[in-house]
Design a protein around this ligand. Structure first.
Ligand code: C2O
Ligand code: CU
Length: 512
């Protein structure tokens, strides 16, 4: 993602008229961006932000008696076998997904990133309410970690839940650099017999291109000219293609990149991960969408799933046949297993090529499901996660907001420009809040595409009270999201489509 050195200018956009105009237009447009940039130089105040440097992190010590988990994660090039196809990529400890990091809420984590990549990197601990200095955003919370360099992340993981981690540099997330992170609840009896971590991904790296090349092409082509499921439909606008081929669905135009493969736990359907248990056993699924550009619909053939958590927070248990999961979202579900072999399918929403992601759940005899398994659950009603209800205990305590800010998600595919509040990251004005406030963010998606909106360092509450850190916003959808400003620092808010984020669909939330 963009760093300050990429964007030395930090624009000011104080005119409500200007910001209103951009909100109404939705798009950014080079002209308005240029206008904003021109404004900057003549504006007073905080205008130009110098490139920030941080130096090594200040060591943090665990409190007396606190349990400490230490681990080193080595980011390095590796060649992986994906169902008989060899791909050169980057991964943590050479594994896909990377190694699980697991601790108990309240534990002290000391996680060392060893950068053996031929590029700068960092690690962001997605969804964890940690101290700002450990958040992993280059230019905002730390210096980028150079090739051969190390960085020690130290923090206490306060909240139980299902999380993951990934770099916060460029489009590195779309390589193999991601891994699950589980924070256990010391008070949770765990009323299930087994637990499966299910990590979803869309895969292109090493298949004749790299995510960096994909990004360059998106910019150069002004959108997914031959991509995004356009196959053979050259000349037709990407949006209409998606609507035509996908029929109805809540997410409109859902992705920009054409992926040849979709993976569950690092494996394609031709060589699926096999999750084994006994018939009648109760299993907790921890589903993580680590994809960069793909919303999935998830179902386990022949089963109903009871959703229990969203982004780590407890929800009223809700039985579903299938559910959507956006990039960066996590859902936990309990399922009681039948006897046989069943497809656990994650079907890319709005994409017509590359097939689907699939793992096999096996509790008994029976033929393995085919690569193109089509569980009937996918044709039924599909849960939209933001409609889940929180448990009483998981609600943000009721309180009127004492500060309100607007957040417009803007942009277009042609030209490929994405931003927030009138400009791309580095040129848009940070949102600000004072510590102790209940902040309301009136977020509006002004585009014809769905975006997973993600906030660092906090969780927010939807109007229902549902706590999340990543929420899918459908085209033209608005949400008033509330948060307690109880974690001082400079934080990112961004679209978790990593190509949108890299194009500038990010904004900072700064404590003043
Ligand atoms: Cu998972 Cu700022 O990201
Ligand atoms: Cu987006």
């Amino acid at each position: 993602m963009a760093t300050d050195s990429d964007h030395p200018m930090k624009g000011i956009m104080t005119s409500p008229l200007l910001s209103r105009r951009n909100v109404l237009l939705g798009g950014l447009g080079l002209a308005s961006t240029a206008t904003l940039a021109a404004c900057t130089s003549s504006s007073s105040g905080t205008g130009v932000m110098p490139s920030r440097t941080f130096g090594p992190p200040t060591p943090v010590s665990p409190s007396p008696g606190q349990k400490v988990l230490e681990k080193t994660l080595t980011a390095r090039p590796v060649s992986l076998d994906l169902g008989g196809r060899t791909v050169a990529t980057w991964a943590y400890d050479g594994a896909l997904p990377g190694p699980l990091v697991r601790a108990t809420a309240g534990d002290f984590l000391r996680l060392t990133l060893d950068n053996q990549l031929p590029a700068d990197t960092t690690i962001h601990w997605h969804g964890i309410r940690l101290p700002n200095a450990a958040d992993g955003v280059p230019g905002l919370t730390q210096d980028p970690v150079k090739t051969g360099g190390k960085f020690v992340y130290e923090f206490t993981a306060p909240d139980p839940g299902t999380y993951f981690f990934h770099p916060h540099v460029g489009v590195q997330l779309d390589r193999g650099l991601y891994a699950p992170m589980i924070i256990d609840d010391p008070t949770d009896p765990g009323r299930y017999d087994a637990e499966w971590v299910v990590v979803l991904d869309d895969w292109i790296d090493g298949t004749g291109t790299t995510p960096d090349e994909v990004f360059k092409k998106l910019i150069a082509d002004g959108g997914p000219a031959n991509g995004g499921g356009m196959g053979g439909m050259g000349g037709m606008d990407h949006g209409s293609m998606s609507r035509m081929s996908m029929g109805t669905g809540p997410w409109g135009d859902a992705g920009d990149v054409t992926y040849p493969l979709f993976l569950i736990n690092g494996k394609p359907p031709t060589d699926p991960d096999v999750l084994a248990a006994k018939p009648g056993q109760k299993v907790r699924l921890r589903v993580i969408n680590a994809a960069s550009d793909t919303i999935f619909t998830v179902a386990l053939g022949g089963h109903r799933l009871t959703i229990t958590h969203s982004d780590g927070h407890a929800v009223e248990p809700t039985e579903v046949g299938a559910f959507y999961i956006g990039m960066g979202e996590r859902y936990d579900a309990i399922v009681t297993l039948a006897d046989g072999a069943f497809p656990l399918v994650a079907r890319p929403f709005g994409k017509t090529s590359g097939g689907q992601a699939m793992a096999v759940v096996r509790t008994g005899a029976g033929a393995a499901p085919p690569v193109a398994a089509d569980p009937s659950e996918l044709a039924g009603q599909v849960l939209i996660g933001s409609q889940l209800r929180p448990t009483e205990a998981a609600k943000l305590p009721g309180k009127e907001p004492d500060a309100t800010v607007d957040l417009a998600l803007q942009g277009s595919m042609k030209p490929y420009q994405w931003g927030m509040n009138g400009a791309k990251y580095g040129e848009n004005e940070p949102l600000t809040v004072r510590a102790g406030r209940r902040l309301r963010i009136n977020a509006t998606n002004m585009t014809m595409m769905t975006h997973p909106l993600h906030l660092h360092g906090h969780t927010f509450a939807l109007p229902s009270g549902l706590r999340k850190d990543t929420v899918l916003m459908a085209p033209m959808q608005s949400f008033a999201i509330d948060l307690d400003a109880d974690n001082a620092g400079d934080w990112m808010i961004h679209c978790h489509n990593i190509y949108h984020a890299e194009a500038g669909m990010m904004i900072a939330l700064e404590y003043r």
